[in-house]
Write a protein that binds this ligand. Sequence first.
Ligand code: B12
Ligand code: SF4
Length: 444
Amino acid sequence: MNTRHPTLLRHRSLPIARPTPVSREELQRLAEECGAADIGIVSIRRPELASELQGALSLLPTAKTFISLVVRMNRDALRAPPRSVANLEFHSAKDETQDAARRLIEKLNALGYRGVCPAVGFPMEMDDFPGRTWVLSHKPIAAAAGLGQIGIHRNLIHPRFGNFVLLETVVTDLELADDPGLDFNPCLECKLCVAACPVGAIGSDGHFDFTACYTHNYREFMSGFGDWVEQIADAKDAGDYRQRVSDSETASMWQSLSFGANYKAAYCLAVCPAGEEVIGEYADDKPGFKQRTLAPLTKRPEPVYVMKHSDASKHVAKRFPHKPRRFVTSGLRARSAQGFFRSLPIGFQRGLAKDLDLLLHFRLTDGQADAEQVHEASVRIKDGKLSVTPKLEGEPDTVLVATSDAWLGYLAGEKALWWLVATRAIRIRGDIKALRSFAACFPR
Ligand code: B12
Ligand code: SF4
């Protein structure tokens, strides 16, 4: 290095820069100037945020603190039945939230602190798809930072603004004391979100059917898009494509690709009356609130995307017969043995499993015989519940031994089961009916 370089000389001539002390109040004021409606502070080392520590340090190795931000959304836009209006609100609020965090980071930089924020929504780390594609999980961080608590619909509810907020997290080396957690849950347990969801994704007992939400609401994202591409690939000609995909669905996909992917529902947020600034219109006139807010969404005739034989498909037929069902695949495919075991609780359809009592042992292998990796798990389905234990235990009904490649290839519809069994790439011992009943709990 040239020790006489002008930049180096200039650097050496300056006094050593020390960060300017910042108080909690000052930080709140700066964040509000940047567009945040509220902030919460929590250390990146809080035990309940252990799952977020690695993500934080990957963004900023000297990180000490999470600053969680909320930005408000216009609730009337989310409630308006035309989804173009709700989607514009989501997209604009997403941009505002991202900008608020960027501006706050600029202010922190000017005071001598470093800061980074991951995406509010997209882009995410699609190399990791279908695993965890998000760098930080904003909801648990916001809850630990005292900005609210998670409601029955699995979204964060702010005590004043309700769930009409988007979240962002700034990772910084500024150190401040943690904010206290919120000592009550703003969720009223009114179950309006349960009634509003077109695919029954939100159970009144707090259960969340991830694939139901993902298959419908995210039809024009990630693997819903992949499913559409496969429709094009499989179609014999233009006429066949039009049989599979309506003109409005093609136009809708173009719209999502051109202007940002659009959600199909988000009704759970729209109808939620929690939060000081929201509760009045519900508390003062519950029937009127339901008529004005819930009914326009539940009565809306609209295509609903479901997997055939799923709990969601039955839910639509029973609760919303005026909403036509469109049978599609979720497009989600596990590509590793670990990914397969992790995907089981996400894809499990408890309605289909309510009368089952099964125990299965899986032994999946990767690599050559001299460097073989073995992945084992016991999977129990009982009383409509699923549990996955990462070891072989109990007396199984069925034992499945296979190479990961063979089993995952069969699940992805890329390899025929009879051939895999004939070539002994898959070996099944015990009750074959139990394996079929197990498979039926995971429609694709
Ligand atoms: C993954 C994700 C989803 C998934 C899973 C939702 C969920 N309950 O976690 C899907 C695609 C279904 C989804 C839907 C929606 N989301 Co979303 N989503 C996220 C994301 C990227 C991470 C969520 C998270 O931390 N999950 C982990 C833990 C905390 O959640 P959990 O409920 O305990 O567990 C679920 C997940 O882990 C999931 N899961 C487990 N493994 C895998 C693997 C894959 C591949 C995927 C996709 C999911 C998944 O399944 C579990 C059971 O549901 C965040 C953005 C971010 N970076 O934080 C936004 C975020 C949570 N979403 C948000 C919103 C607004 C929505 C929608 C309303 C979108 C819309 N406009 O329609 C719906 C609401 C659905 C609902 N009722 O939850 C907001 C919530 C704001 C708030 N007030 O809380 C966030 C925080 C974005 C933001 N920056 O503001 N979302
Ligand atoms: S709609 Fe009611 S039950 Fe659902 S999250 Fe909001 S307050 Fe809780």
